[in-house]
Design a protein around this ligand. Sequence first.
Ligand SMILES: [Zn+2]
Length: 60
Amino acid sequence: MVKVTSIKCPNCRKETPWEGNPNRPFCSERCKMIDLGAWANEEYRVAGDKKPADEEEEKE
Ligand SMILES: [Zn+2]
């Protein structure tokens, strides 16, 4: 049996596969951009000089 790891897109809550998904944890590049944009607008200002996490994040 192959276990398929799926996650829910933080932006639109759509179930999306984790493996082979270049935009994870989002379902699509569009959701990724929307979420990053919202984050940047709200959190970035409050956090001051805190930079957005880079794309190299790897969670096992
Ligand atoms: Zn989505």
